[in-house]
Every structure is written in C-alpha cells, then in structure tokens.
Design a protein around this ligand. Sequence first.
Ligand code: GLY
Ligand code: MN
Ligand code: MN
Length: 454
Amino acid sequence: MNGTRGAWLVALLLWGVGGVEPVAAQSGSPAGPVPRERLAARRAALAERIGTGVAVLWSAEPRDIEGDYPQDSDYREDNDFFYLTGLEAPGAWLVLVARDGRGEEILYLPARNPAAERWTGPQLGPGPEAASLSGIRDVRAADRAGSDVAALLSSGDSPARRGGVFIKANRRPPGCNGGESDGVCGLFAGLAGTSDLRPHLAALRLVKDEDELRRLRRAIGITTEAQRAAMAAAGPGMWEYELEALIEYTFRRRGAERVGFPSIVGSGPNSTVLHYDKSRRRMEAGDLVVVDIGAEYGYYSADVTRTYPVSGRFTPRQRALYELVLGAQEAAIRAVRPGVTIRELTQIARAYMRENSGDLCGGASCERYFVHGLSHWLGMDVHDVGDIGTPLAPGMVLTIEPGIYIPEESIGIRIEDDVLVTAEGAEVLSADAPRTPDEVERAMAAAAAAAGTR
Ligand code: GLY
Ligand code: MN
Ligand code: MN
C-alpha cells in the first residue's frame, strides 16, 4: 500500500524544495546538446573579435499570446544566446569580458521557481548542471546580474573603459520590453562607448562549425523527405492545406521541432505569389504547385523549393520554362567556390536566363519574370545573418533559388537548393529531392502507380 502513498509524499516534498530533476536545455531535444567544446570555441572566437571590451547578451523573452493567455507555448531561444551557450533559458544573461582577445564568461540564470514549474515544467537554475552543459564555470543567480554588470562597467580597470560595451542593438534586458527605463532596464540607456554586437555574431555564424553542419544536414534531409512525400501525394482535387499537413507531419515525426518559416504551398495562381502561405486553394489538373518548405531541427532551418505538376506531367510549355529555371540554377551552382560573391552568382544565373529564353517569353527575355534575389545565407534563421557581400568561404551555406513567375498564365516556378561551400567548390545538401522534370515526373508516377491514383 503505503509504499506507493509514501513515495508520492516524498516526491511532492522534493518537488516543493525544487528537488525534481531539471530538464536541461536541449537534453531532451532530438538534436541533442551542442558539444561544450564547440560552445567554448564560439565564445573564444567572439572574444578574439572584440579584443577588449564587455559583451552582454540576453535570452529570448517568453512569447506572450495576446497578453492574456497563461500558457507560454514553444519557447524558442534567441539564436545568438543559443549559439554561445547551447541553453534554452528565459530570463538569462551572458556576460563576456574580453581582454586582449581572451574572454572570461559569467552566466546568470533565474532561480528555479517550483510553483511556476508545476505549470511549465522543470527549468534550469543557477548551478552545476548549467555549468556542465554550457562549459561556463561561473554561473550566478540572475537577480545579481544588473548590479554585477553595473559594477563591472564602472570599475576603474574595466575592459569596458578601454574597449567599450557590446550589446545587441535591438534587445533589452529580460523583463524590460514593457518600456521600463529605471534600474536594470536603464543600465545601458545612453551609455557612452556602446556598440552593436550583432555584426560580430553575424560574421561568426556565417561560417558553420561541425555541429551546426550536422544540424543543417539533418534539417535538410527531413525537408527533402517531406518534398518526396508531398510529390507522392499531390493530385487534382487535393487542398493545399492537405499537402501542407503532410509536409509538417513529416517534419515533426522526424524530430524537427517546428517549421523554419511558414510553409509555402501555392498552386495555380498562388504559384506566382512568392510567399503565399495560406494554403487555402483546391488544386486542379494542369496546375503547377510551388512547394517552398524548411524543417527547423535543433535550431537550424532548411529551405528547399520544388515545383511540381499537380496531375503528374508537365505541359510542354511548363517543362520548357522549368528547364530554363533549372539551367539558370545549375549555372549558378557550378560557379560556387571560395572567393565568389552572391552578386556574381546572381549575374551568372540572370545571364543564363537572358541567353536561353528563346521565344518563351514573347521575344523578350524571361529574366523580367525572375522577380526576387538568387540567394541568401542559411542557418539558424532561414534568411540567416551575415553581410550579403561577403565572398564565399568553406563552411558557408547559401540557397540558390531562381524562379519565373507569370501571373497572367498562373505559372510560377521556383527551384531552390541549399548549398555548402567547400574548399573545392560546392556540395548540394538538398540533392535528395527530385529536381529535373524527369525526376519529378518519375517520383510522382511511381507514387501514383503504388497508390493506384492519378
Ligand atoms: N522560403 C523563403 C525563401 O526562400 O526565401
Ligand atoms: Mn530561400
Ligand atoms: Mn524558400
């Protein structure tokens, strides 16, 4: 009997004193934790870039659904905070004190709150587990952060006096987003010698390390699997939202924690709307459907687009336009190598389109229907941080995504792949998704034969 009731009592008492095992950041995530040595290397690289000075970062604010809904669902950490700590920890501060290129770090975490944990689950508090996960030895309670930082900034020998203070210009200390300006919230207001930390972090995040590439490869692998599943399922009479549901089901069942951006499933006229994300139309025979999707896995997002004929076969005109987009994409991918810029890749793709349009677009070049950029950086954000003019270097990841959109014909075609820059050239990370017209038709036909549809 009493064994069970007794055990309950002990568990409740332990809970009451905060004794339940905290769920460590990322420990239960399918992507697993970021290795400590990677985190330490990223922080060391940031200290080296800053040289001398004090950098202060904060974790993300919990999302607030309409201000009155008490469930904070799906907390997502600030990318830079996660990049440097590997933690998901609302209310936290990271202070990096750099002297001549070498850094010392202090992590501040809110004390655990057993009453709140009854609602939202165990949280990481200041203590040895946080130190062990992040590799930051000096972990303190967050209620000391404001006074500690104030003292650090004002002390006579502070590196802040020599090198300045670095904060993210778009962020404020935790709990200050209601416009508060006194106490901790006013700590950095009007402080002389303050500069923006974001360009430094962006430069670091532009070149992916091995753990980042592991996450990206997985995000992209899940996304190409979803593309194949969607190709197999698409057909006349199906609603765009049904295809979207299948895609996002594939993401989630493979361990992606969310979408990297709202899924784009645009058929017929919607294929010409670049970021159409409503998925409200019923697909018809003869339509093309643009499927632009990206799973987010362990904080890294894929971004892969395929365009398929809803009835399983491209019309001759759709195929000819598709081949033109594909040729432009392949010309750009062939040119990817260290030292080249995105601007140059764009010129290559556009020149291909100009020179190969024939009479597909009424005598003029189809280039005028290519109405967006060719590439962006990819990483923790789908349009990731980093100066777009930076010459390519090994470890950078970018998309190559030409398109043609002709609203008057309800024809939109985009082909988008995720490309890793290597020492020799490029690796197409999304190559698993059928891409040529024949590959797309074969993938659709095989599925139709298996299911006896289409
Ligand atoms: N998925 C959005 C984009 O390709 O930019
Ligand atoms: Mn993209
Ligand atoms: Mn995309």
